[in-house]
Design a protein around this ligand. Sequence first.
Ligand SMILES: *Cc1c(COP(=O)(O)O)cnc(C)c1O
Length: 365
Amino acid sequence: MPRPIEALTHPDALAHNLARARAAAPDSRVWAVVKANAYGHGIERAYAGLRGADGFALLDLAEAERVRALDWRGPILLLEGAFEPRDLELCSRLNLWHAVHCSEQIDWLSRHKTQQPHRVFLKMNSGMNRLGFRPAAFRSAWARLSALPQVDEISLMTHFSDADGERGVAHQVEVFDEATRDLPGERSLSNSAAVLRHHLKNDWVRAGILSYGSAPDFPAHDIHHWGLQPAMTLRSKLIAVQQLQPGDTVGYGSSYTATEAQRIGIVACGYADGYPRHAGTDTPVLVNGVRTGTVGRVSMDMLAVDLTPVPQARIGSEVTLWGRGPVVDGSPTLLAIDDVAHAAGTIGYELMCAVAPRVPVHTAD
Ligand SMILES: *Cc1c(COP(=O)(O)O)cnc(C)c1O
């Protein structure tokens, strides 16, 4: 028998979350952001739930080919544009729209031979200082692009550094609006956090993490507040039970010491499965749908959980590391990935992207 761990993806949750994005940005078209293999869900699996989007945004050319191979005829946007001149050949062949964020990319376009002019998204660095033209250079980049026969339509985009936090987006929106005031073209500003928290004028929003059922501004708000559903479940089973006596320790480094008699369960899930090793004692977990916590250090293939609230648990009991738990007394159970990420000092994005290749993935029915 294979190890009992598996990841499940939930197409119904993806579709539900996409509908939340539409409701929050009713006047915008929605890019489903599916970079990093759809945030670890698998592009082909995620497509089942996200095909109602207006387009797919990603940055790896091989992933763009995978979306086209699914027979998606609509827009695909390369968020970082070409990495080298010959990438533009694939853009022409597969009709990929692409970001233009630096003058080298304009040079490459100007030398690119194509019958089919490209739709480009000109990117402004409005304060993130990662990709894009600074506001003072934006207009001349636009003028250069618009003079190229290789370019069809030019859209304008920028990315926020603090849409999820206290600083907010107003300072960047002001910079962007000022520098683009009389330029034509569609606008794309908002990521998930901006879609949910800041209602801005966008022709296209870029919905990533919210589609996968993680709150971009956790712990300020959680998925219940935003009406999102987990699109991934990581689950496993108990493979052993230990009865601890007071003074017994658990796992490497003996980081946990029992203060009284305590039953713990050993779960077939460790950091080699993508579970965060930084998760200390008391990281939330469900056993048979009952919420409890981890005990001691996470090892490569196993972790320990407190069975005190689940006295009936035994070898083979179901353990939900995050996502949908079993139905208990007629009610569905759930553990948000954000709760686990927060306890491990990270974010839901990192956990869903890090599920290891050795974990089999299935689509839930
Ligand atoms: C990843 C990414 C997004 C999506 O961000 P979320 O926070 O996951 O919604 C949007 N825009 C750009 C440019 C990105 O790289």
